[in-house]
Design a protein around this ligand. Structure first.
Ligand code: K1U
Ligand code: ZN
Length: 171
């Protein structure tokens, strides 16, 4: 099922999300719905708060062409970050049509629980590293615009408020 994606500003996008205690059918359904919603958008990642669920779950697939590599990460943690930084022009499905350069560690080691309840660890680089950090930020109530200066952030927030007013008038 495709779930509606929350648009910034929304208090649910600013919350520190709760850890997932155990893998239940509800969590499995949520992960499946989030992947469907992400591919439909389309996007390369999606975090649970973006669909209004303030739990520590994210999905991603940064393969643009070829065999898809869907991933679901429960309670993900960055356990190591490279000193090397990289800049990527980020977007966000909760901030449509707005892009900005964000500087982050170029590589990260992440630990998480998979949907079978098994702990996993993997080093991410390139777009995968950027995406997993962007999604973990969502779980901590942080958006990519929080890395920008106050004027640019305010300008984008005002555009999103206008977009939400227009969308509300359409229904
Ligand atoms: O979290 C999100 O809002 C999803 C976001 C993830 C992301 C994008 C860029 C850098 C870091 C994290 C998106 O997927 S925005 C859409 C997007 O990047 C994309 C869409 C279609 C094809 C390729 C990329
Ligand atoms: Zn985002």
């Amino acid at each position: 099922m495709i779930r509606p994606i929350l648009i910034h500003p929304d208090p649910r996008l600013k919350k520190l999300c709760e850890p997932v205690a155990e893998i239940t059918p509800e969590i499995e359904r949520l992960a499946a719905d989030m992947l469907e919603t992400m591919y439909d958008a389309p996007g390369i990642g999606l975090a649970a708060p973006q669909v209004g669920v303030t739990k520590r779950l994210l999905v991603m697939d940064c393969i643009k062409e070829g065999t898809p590599e869907p991933m679901a990460l429960v309670n993900p943690e960055v356990i190591w970050a490279s000193e090397d930084l990289s800049v990527y022009e980020e977007g966000c499905l909760s901030i449509p049509d707005q892009y900005a350069d964000v500087k982050r560690p170029a590589e990260v080691q992440v630990r998480w629980m998979d949907l079978k309840g098994q702990m996993q660890e993997r080093q991410f680089a390139g777009i995968w590293a950027t995406c997993v950090q962007h999604e973990i930020d969502h779980l901590d109530g942080k958006l990519f615009i929080d890395y920008l200066g106050p004027l640019k952030r305010q300008m984008i927030t005002r555009k999103m408020e206008k977009l939400k007013r227009e969308r509300a008038r359409e229904v």
